[in-house]
Design a protein around this ligand. Structure first.
Ligand code: ADP
Ligand code: MG
Length: 245
């Protein structure tokens, strides 16, 4: 078997006294699509933030694309180059245009020329179906469009892994679909490894190879989407699904 692109082994993390991640063991194969769900406060954001070292862990091992995450900043930089993240609240730079948001990383981090970065940015905006918004500022476009810009911005960095933290939960209902559609297309057209925290079950059934359910800092169960939703094994999972379905 080939080495997984992400390997978390016996990972434990505390915020002060609070034990937020408990003995997390998770392996993700290159190209795999994982949906992570679970009640609010169960540690989903913390788990994916550990994968690109936005949070540090105290115990256990996290290896991303062959690089072990430690306090070594060079290694953190190396991992972040390969791992993109899309946040609930978009986190675009408000004072930069859409196009500038997309070219900043490629120019400064990947050392692309302005012309090259702009050409790639425009192609990526076509891909998320908003090339016409290139010269606007984030505050001038809708939430759904801003989130598609955020996805495009991640893609411009050529990530091997894309992390999504509830990318549609801050959106007005009518904008959820346009963002999910972009994510579904991304999954079908690219080989990028995706880990997505979401409660969008339609998306999970369509795209996920595996659904991981977390509760109180632990991975309680994981399964293929159909098995997970139709035959949950644990009482806590059933309770959770009763509340969201
Ligand atoms: P989820 O994304 O599943 O809602 P989080 O990973 O955001 O859960 O948070 C898990 C728990 O850790 C919550 O109880 C939250 O209040 C707590 N927590 C999150 N971030 C911090 C922090 N920086 N300091 C202290 N506690 C935190
Ligand atoms: Mg969260």
């Amino acid at each position: 078997m080939t080495e997984p692109i992400i390997r978390m082994e016996n990972v434990n993390k505390w915020y002060g006294q609070f034990h937020v991640l408990r003995d997390i063991n998770l392996e993700v194969a290159a190209g795999e699509r994982i949906v992570i769900c679970g009640p609010s406060g169960s540690g989903k954001s913390t788990l994916i933030r550990c994968i690109n070292a936005l949070e540090s862990h105290q115990e256990g091992t996290i290896i991303v694309d062959g690089t072990q995450l430690t306090d070594n900043l060079k290694k953190v930089e190396q991992v972040r180059k390969n791992v993109g993240m899309v946040f609930q609240h978009f986190n675009l730079f408000p004072h930069l245009t859409v196009l500038e948001n997309l070219t900043l990383g490629p120019v400064w981090v990947l050392k692309q020329s302005q012309a090259e970065a702009q050409a790639r940015a425009m192609q990526t905006l076509e891909r998320v179906r908003i090339p016409d918004q290139a010269n606007k500022f984030p505050g001038q476009i809708s939430g759904g469009q801003q989130q598609r810009v955020a996805i495009a911005r991640s893609l411009c960095m050529n990530p091997k892994v894309l992390l999504f933290d509830e990318p549609t939960s801050a959106l007005d209902p009518e904008m959820v679909k346009e963002v999910l559609d972009v994510m579904v297309n991304l999954a079908s057209e690219s080989g990028v490894t995706m880990l997505c925290v979401t409660h969008e079950m339609g998306f999970a059934r369509k795209v996920a190879d595996r659904v991981v359910f977390m509760d109180q800092g632990s991975i309680v169960e994981q399964n293929t989407p159909d098995a997970f939703f139709d035959h949950p094994q644990h009482e806590r999972t059933r309770h959770f699904l009763d509340q969201i379905l």
